[in-house]
Each structure stands twice: as structure tokens, then as C-alpha cells.
Design a protein. Structure first.
Length: 414
């Protein structure tokens, strides 16, 4: 069975449409992670980004036409026959062609004012938003992909929920949780390859939009379960509260006014941390809910092997601990011997462990490694003290990773 957390063709399409709308809605001050409009700003780069997204959607439509069509030898019911009709795709392509012409005209101008960008954005937002909400063929296709993803989980979900109405709501919540996980993982991959931070910021706008949506659905389900299913209510109480705190932590911290960040490295560091926190939060939520319904359910094919995550976290924890001991040796007794031991510890730091750190922490370790190579034992004392404090804080964060609570005593990570 293929990984059900892979984005389907239409989900990729829906994602690009949402990002296109987000790029235009940046003029709305309600989007907290985007800076407010500035009449003096040149909006031509934003038109450029919109134009690139439009081209990507057009390419996706061209390459996915056969994938989005159902097999010809399958007996189609009326609803499927409507879905197989390519009219909705032609409608989308026609509108995108018009938008591409408009964007191309604006790109030829020396600069684009706020008023010009708003006029361009009005057309895109009005049409694309209307398409995403009302086009029944596209909506039907998305729902079918959604149901395929949920199917393997249904027996576990129904084990403690007999009420048909609650079952439907619970399946919808799980579908949205898994979809957000798709988006976050996609964002993580994009962060490694993308050199333009604007699409990454738009990606996080979409993740935030979906995260807020699923939190609202979880709250509605919690209220519905309050008088009808105590087990479901209890499982949702912890999950929704914990997830809400993580989403708020990201929105009010790492993503706040992200687009106003001048330093590119700092921007990527904040994105990397935000994606990591969200990924961990949604992964834990899905695992906790599944275990609440079926302790024996194997979620590895959906969420990855938790034991592998544990081994990686152990490797990182032990490597950081060894490095911290070596740094303390230089700080307490500066000598050629202690410096040589420190250099060896840095050299032995596993690449696999290093890769599992946030970009910000990687940069600090790399900077200190360069300082170690360029310094003598006496000149490294103060820097070693600073780095030792950094490692102590980082070790606490690593030891408090939730994966340890699955395999070790809670007292260890306290």
C-alpha cells in the first residue's frame, strides 16, 4: 500500500490555488504572519510570485489530466460521470490563462503600486476562491481522495464510537489532521530545496489556515461528544488542548511578522523551527488519538516508524552530551590535550544526528567548530563557556522530545 500521507494530484492543485489566493490576501491585515500593506512598497515581486504559481498550476493541470480522469473501463455512476467530465479543468485553465496574461503585463512595468496589485488580486481572489468553494466536481474529487486515506483507519475509529453521526465527524477530523500533516511534510521538503522564501511563507499561510480549521472541527466534535461518548470526549480534550498550544506557539512566535524579516538566514531558521513544531504537534495528536481508540494499531505506514525516530533522538542526545563534556574540559582546564579532545568530539559528531537539529542550532555548532579550529586553548575559554551554556539548553530541549515518553520513564525527560 502506498503512503496515505502523500499528497494526491488534486491536493497539489488545491494547495497551489490556496497559495495563489494567500499571495493576494497579504493586503489583509488579519493575516498576522504577513506584514501590513505599505503604499510606498513596490508590489512587482509579488506579481512575479503570483505569475510563477499560476505557471506551476497550469503545468500541474497539463501533467495531471489523465491522472485526474477515472479509468474508462470502470462502470461510472452519475456522480462519477460528472467528475470525469473535464469541463471544470477547462474552466480553471481558461481563468488561469487570463490571469497569466494580466500578470505578464504587470511584470513588464517598472514598478507595481498597491492599487494595481489590489486590482489584479481582486480578480484572482474572486475567481479562485469561488472555484475552490463551489466547484462540485473538484470538491467531489478531493472528497474521494480523503475517503481513501481514512479507509484503513475506520475499524479503529469505530471501535469506541458507535454513533453514526459522531463517526462521520471523527473521520472528517482525522482526514483533516492527516491532510495538514501532508502539507507540513511538503513544507519541510520545500524548505530544503527552495531558494525563494516567498513560496515558503505562503505555504505556512496555508498550513495555518488548515490548522485553524481542524482545531475548530475538533472543538465541535468535543462538544458533540460531551453528552454522547465520554471516551471520545476525554481523548479529544487532551489532544485539542495540546495541539492548540503548539499552533498558537508557532503563530505568535516563529511566524509572527515573518515577511518583515530582513535577514534571510533568520527567516529560514524561523520557518524551519515552525515546521518542526507543527510536524511534531500534529504527529503526536494523530498517534495519541489512534492509541486512545486502538492501542494495538500500527500507525507506522501512516506516520513513520516511531522506534526509528527514537533511535535518532537517542543518537542526537548522546552526541550532544559527549560534545558538552568535551567543551567543559576546555572550559575547566584549557590545554592542548583538552582542545584535541574537543576537536575529536566535533569530528565524531554523527551527520545523521546533526541533520536532525533545527537549522538555527546547526549554525551555532558550525560557528563554534570554526572557532575551535582557529583558536588556541587559552583563547577559547570564554567562547567555550558560552557554547557550554548553549549545549545545556539544547540538551534540555532534546531530552524533552515527546518520543522519549513512549519508550522511557517520564522521570528521565523531566
Amino acid at each position: 500500500m502506498s503512503n496515505p500521507l502523500e499528497l494526491t494530484s488534486f491536493e497539489h492543485l488545491d494547495l497551489r490555488l490556496a497559495m495563489l489566493v494567500s499571495n493576494q490576501m497579504r493586503l489583509d491585515g488579519s493575516l498576522e504572519i504577513l506584514r501590513p500593506p505599505d503604499a510606498r512598497q513596490d508590489y512587482r515581486p509579488l506579481v512575479e510570485t503570483s505569475h510563477n504559481i499560476i505557471q506551476e498550476i497550469q503545468e500541474l493541470l497539463d501533467s495531471s489530466f489523465e491522472k485526474l480522469s477515472l479509468p474508462l473501463d470502470k462502470r461510472l455512476n452519475d456522480q462519477e460521470q460528472q467528475l470525469n467530465n473535464p469541463d471544470w479543468m477547462e474552466e480553471l485553465q481558461t481563468a488561469l490563462n487570463q490571469a497569466a496574461v494580466m500578470a505578464d503585463s504587470l511584470r513588464r512595468l517598472p514598478s507595481v503600486s498597491q492599487q494595481q496589485f489590489e486590482s489584479f488580486g481582486f480578480f484572482l481572489c474572486h475567481w479562485v476562491t469561488n472555484f475552490r468553494k463551489s466547484n462540485r466536481y473538484a470538491s467531489t474529487w478531493w472528497r474521494q481522495q480523503h475517503e481513501k486515506r481514512i479507509q484503513p483507519l475506520q475499524s479503529s475509529l469505530h471501535s469506541v464510537v458507535e454513533d453514526r453521526s459522531l463517526q462521520a465527524q471523527l473521520e472528517e477530523v482525522f482526514g483533516q489532521l492527516l491532510y495538514v500533516l501532508c502539507l507540513i511534510r511538503y513544507s519541510q521538503q520545500l524548505l530544503k530545496t527552495c531558494r525563494d522564501r516567498q513560496p515558503l511563507i505562503l505555504m505556512m499561510v496555508r498550513c495555518n489556515e488548515c490548522a485553524q480549521g481542524v482545531l475548530a472541527q475538533m472543538e465541535e466534535l468535543h462538544q458533540a461528544a460531551s453528552t454522547r461518548n465520554a471516551d471520545l470526549k476525554e481523548a479529544l480534550s487532551w489532544s485539542s488542548c495540546a495541539l492548540k498550544l503548539e499552533v498558537r506557539r508557532v503563530l505568535k512566535g516563529d511566524l509572527r511578522h515573518l515577511d518583515a524579516e530582513i535577514n534571510s538566514n533568520s527567516c529560514y531558521d524561523r520557518l524551519d523551527r515552525a515546521i518542526g513544531i507543527l510536524l511534531n504537534g500534529f504527529d503526536n495528536t494523530v498517534r495519541h488519538l489512534l492509541n486512545s481508540f486502538d492501542p494495538n494499531f500500527d500507525g507506522s505506514r501512516f506516520l513513520g516508524d516511531l522506534r526509528e525516530q527514537y533511535h535518532k533522538s537517542c543518537l542526537l542526545r548522546d552526541s550532544l552530551q559527549n560534545l558538552k563534556i568535551a567543551v567543559e574540559g576546555v572550559e575547566e582546564s584549557p590545554s592542548d590535550k583538552s582542545l584535541s579532545s574537543l576537536r575529536q568530539s566535533i569530528q565524531d559528531f554523527p551527520e545523521q544526528a546533526f541533520a536532525s537539529l533545527y537549522r538555527r542550532d546547526q549554525r551555532v555548532i558550525e560557528k563554534f567548530s570554526r572557532q575551535v579550529e582557529a583558536s588556541d586553548p587559552q583563547g577559547l575559554g570564554f567562547k567555550a563557556h558560552q557554547f557550554q551554556s548553549f549545549l545545556a539548553t539544547l540538551l534540555i530541549e532534546v531530552k524533552n522530545r515527546s518520543v522519549f515518553s513512549h519508550f522511557e520513564q517520564p522521570s528521565y525527560v523531566s
